[in-house]
Unconditional design. Sequence first.
Length: 372
Amino acid sequence: MVGLVAKVGLIGCGQISGKYLENAKRFEGFDVVAVADARLEAAQARAAEYGVPRALSVDDLLADPEVEIVINLTPHRAHYDVARRVLEAGKHPYSEKPLTIYRDDARWLLAMAGEKGLRVGAAPDTFFGGAWQTARKLIDSGAIGEPVGALANLHARPPSRPAPKDGEYVSFYMTDFLEYGGSWAFDRGPYYLHALINLLGPVARVTGSARKTWEQRERGGRVLPVNAPTHVSGILDFANGAVCQFLMTADVYATGLPHVEVYGTEGSLRCIDPNNFGGTLFLRKADSADLHPVEPEFGYTGNSRGVGVADLAAALRSGRPHRANGEMGCHVVDIVNAIHESSAEDCHVRLETTCERPAPLPPGLADWTIDP
Ligand SMILES: NC(=O)c1ccc[n+]([C@@H]2O[C@H](COP(=O)([O-])OP(=O)(O)OC[C@H]3O[C@@H](n4cnc5c(N)ncnc54)[C@H](O)[C@@H]3O)[C@@H](O)[C@H]2O)c1
C-alpha cells in the first residue's frame, strides 16, 4: 500500500531519465522525490533541471524512508543488481527493459518480491498507448477472427556516432551493444514482445536462429569485437495457437518502418512501431483487399513513458494487479534467451515461464490519469 501520491525514487540519470522526469510532473498519483546515479553529478544535474528535491548516492536513495517505488533506468547489465537492492531495501522496483538479461535472475527477483510482499514493475509501457489499446479491442472483438499468426520486425543498422570527447559519459548503447544482453533482441525486442503478449497472450514454445554478420564493428569511433548475435530471428508459438515470426536485426538495411502485424481467420491488422504509443492502424477484412486506416480510440497517443509507474502506484493503493508487471518482464526475458538457446543448441525450447495478458485500459481514460 502506498500513499495517495506515491513517493518515487529514480536510479540512473542518463538519456531516458529526462523523459521520465518530464512526464512524472504530469501524472497524477506519483511524485519523484529523489534521484541517484553512480555518477552523482548526473543525478545533481537532473535534479536541478526537473526540480527534484534530493540528488543522492544510490545507497542513500535506497535508505530514504520516504521512497516507496524505485524506477531503475540503469544499463541492462545493472538492472538485476539494482532491482535486487531495491527489494532488499523493502521498496518496489520498476525497471526499464529488459527486466534482467538472464531468466534465472528475473525469476529470483519475482521470488524475492513474493517473499517480501513487494511488487516488481517491468517496462516497456508502450502497450498502454492508444494504438495498442485499440488493436487489443479490435482483436478481442473478433475484427480479424481467430488469430493465426503475427510478424514482428525491426531492421535497424545503428548509425555511426563520433568518438566521445575526453571525460564525456559514454552511453551503454556504445559499450554493450555487441555483448550478450545489449543487442536489439534484448533492447528493442521487449517492445515487440510486450505488444504481442498484450494482443495474443503468452508464448509456449520458441525456435530460434541467430547470427553475427561481422566479427568486428564500429561503435562510437572505435572498432570493437562482436561478442553476441546481432541478427536474431525466432518463431514464437503462442499458447493460443498463433505462430509469430520475430526478427530483431542490426545487420541489414531497412526496407520499411518497424512494425507488428497480426493475421486472423477473418482479416489482418497492421500495427505501429511498438516503440510508440500512438499512430494509425490498418485493418484488412476478408471481403476487400483494401487496408482501412483505424485511428486510436483511446488516449495516451504521445510519448507517455512512466504510465506503467502510475499504474503500479494505483495498483498498490487498490490491491489490483499492475499491468507492466514482473511476470510479463520475466516471460519476455525467457523468450529472448530461448531464441538464442534454440539457435545454439539446435532445438525447440518449451518455455517454463508464462504470464497473464494485462487488463485493457478502460475507455475514456484521460491522459496522465489511470484507473484505480
Ligand atoms: N535511451 C532511450 O531512448 C531509452 C528509451 C527507453 C528505455 N531505455 C532504457 O533505459 C535504460 C537506460 O537507458 P539510457 O539510454 O538512459 O542509458 P544511459 O547510458 O544514457 O544512462 C545510464 C545511466 O545509469 C548510470 N549507471 C550505470 N550503472 C549504474 C549503477 N549500477 N547504479 C547507478 N547508476 C548507474 C550511468 O551513470 C548513466 O547515467 C536502459 O535500460 C534502456 O534500455 C532507454
